[in-house]
Design a protein around this ligand. Structure first.
Ligand SMILES: *[C@@H]1O[C@H](CO)[C@@H](O)[C@H](O)[C@H]1NC(C)=O
Ligand SMILES: *[C@@H]1O[C@H](CO)[C@@H](O)[C@H](O)[C@H]1NC(C)=O
Length: 278
């Protein structure tokens, strides 16, 4: 309002000066009176318009505030899918450390729910997963489509809390499931390796029991043996691989990435181990 008042005062001053000059040159008081009246009427009109604008602005601000409130409360921010009330699968804003919220999909139907989808690939042979190291580090895609949550986030999540992991692979028209009761990703300095993988159940054995470190490898950044590196470039995805001179695949996989075309990976927070022991 202060702005508008100043604006009116300046307008008035300018008009009065102009009117005085008019007066000097024509010395016609009749004309001046008419012009002053016109100016007065214009000012009244202007002030009406300002009032209208003000009330429109107030309405607009109120509706914006309303929208913000609605989008915040639609699905409240979570730090894990176990915080989702009811059996409502869907997209929730996830808070990891001090990062801005990041949308994730919570699956509430698989094995009693509380699963967070961290990797989902289902569209077949496209290049969505042929991404650089930086893209895998940050994450890509949309939570209700093909996507990866990002290595940095995955490290922050699994480092702070204890998680289990489920790999669900559709291959040759059949669903194969592998669930490991521990899953932890270490930090980026050492290629975000799988630091802990628990004992597995289910038919799918993506990670046979081995003590070798599985680091995350992409075509543009990997520390594989030169022979394995060549095959890595021919792949079209990044993943956790063991470095072996003859290749990096898990047993039973010809070309690893090609076999991952319909893979979903989900993690679930394990019950608080300390409190159940006490
Ligand atoms: C949860 O995941 C399972 C296993 O992939 C799937 O069959 C089910 O449709 C998913 N549920 C929802 C609601 O997305
Ligand atoms: C993956 O992307 C890189 C860089 O864009 C490209 O050079 C390479 O040919 C792609 N690989 C496949 C298998 O499409």
């Amino acid at each position: 309002m202060l702005f508008y008042n100043c604006f009116l005062a300046v307008l008035l001053a300018v008009t009065i000066t102009a009117e005085q000059e008019d007066l000097n040159s024509h010395r016609s008081s009749d004309l001046t009176a008419t012009r002053l009246k016109e100016v007065q009427e214009q000012l009244v009109q202007l002030s009406d318009q300002l009032n209208t604008l003000n009330s429109q602005m107030a309405t607009l601000m109120a509706s914006v505030a309303n929208d913000q409130e609605r989008s915040c409360t639609r699905n409240p921010a979570i730090t894990d899918c176990s915080e989702v009330k009811e059996q409502r699968s869907g997209i929730y804003p996830l808070k990891v450390c001090s990062e801005p919220p990041y949308n994730v999909y919570c699956n509430q139907t698989f094995e009693d729910g509380s699963w967070m989808v961290i990797y989902n690939r289902f569209d077949g042979p496209d290049h969505t997963f042929n991404q650089t190291w930086e893209a895998y580090r940050r994450g890509f895609g949309q939570p209700d489509g093909e996507h990866f949550i990002g290595l940095q986030r995955l490290h922050s999540l699994t480092y702070g809390r204890s998680y289990e992991v489920a790999f669900i692979l559709n291959r040759d028209g059949q669903e194969h499931v592998g669930i490991y009761d521990r899953f932890e990703i270490d930090n980026g300095r050492d290629h975000f390796p799988i630091r802990v993988i628990g004992s597995g159940r289910g038919g799918l054995r993506l990670f046979p029991e081995t003590t070798e470190l599985r680091r995350f490898q992409t075509y543009d950044r990997n520390n594989l043996h030169p022979l394995a590196r060549v095959t890595m470039i021919e792949e079209e995805c990044g993943f956790w691989f063991v470095d072996m001179p003859h290749g990096h695949d898990s047993p039973g996989f010809q070309r690893f990435c090609a076999n991952l075309r319909q893979l979903k990976v989900m993690i679930r927070k394990r019950p608080n181990v300390l409190s159940s022991v006490q």
